[in-house]
Design a protein around this ligand. Sequence first.
Ligand code: AKG
Ligand code: FE2
Length: 253
Amino acid sequence: MPNCHNLSDLEKFLVEKGSDLSAASVSHIIGKVPRAAYYVPEYISKAEEEYLLRQVYNAPKPKWTQLSGRKLQNWGGIPHVRGMVQEKLPSWLQTYADQISSLGVFGDHCANHVLVNEYNAGEGIMPHEDGPMYYPTVTTISLGSHTLLDFYVPINKDCPEDQNQVSSTEEQRHILSLLLEPRSLLVVREELYTSYLHGICPKTSDTLGPKAANLEKCTAHSGETLQRGTRVSLTIRFVPKVLKTSILFGRGR
Ligand SMILES: O=C(O)CCC(=O)C(=O)O
Ligand SMILES: [Fe+2]
């Protein structure tokens, strides 16, 4: 059973000030994690993790799209500015979409979209924003291996280094990282979702330094080096703009 059932439970998992984040010389956030990341370790059991991995790898081969640095499965429909033609989620994903939505992280809405990403050790995802087609909350279940999710100030935001049009390095814009251990749930919303970029460096191991902000909630310790294995992430979201055309095309029956 998950150890988190509603928004007030979730508040206990808020990532605040990493114990030594202030040492990271990130002047403009003064050692404080912007709202809001919630990190729930062991959100699912080992049996659920194995079940979900089996379902992911049982999906038909054409369901996978190979990108540079990761493979993905898209479930629920393709988000589009004019609206998503919604497709029913398979029951193994619907269960978790319902369970996470019941926390209240999408307001009264229920998640209707899941991206499954698979990263081998050494793979990653470039810093990016998830963009306006999604409700501004992303929830992520990690399976199989840990990773380190990095957050960055976008270029030309109010970062002192970017005033005077002097471009700062990625390292200077890197404000914090979150260690995502297998079976954990991460919820990112508010300013951390809307005003920062996130990405995963294409590395085979991670040394946990002062910018890792959630180590108090993890089993790994600061200074440790963790070897990456193959990680599968389920990013569970709500796409508000949905087209009703599925009825016209005879879907959803
Ligand atoms: O795998 C992850 O945890 C991050 C994936 C991601 O950023 C995305 O799918 O937009
Ligand atoms: Fe993303």
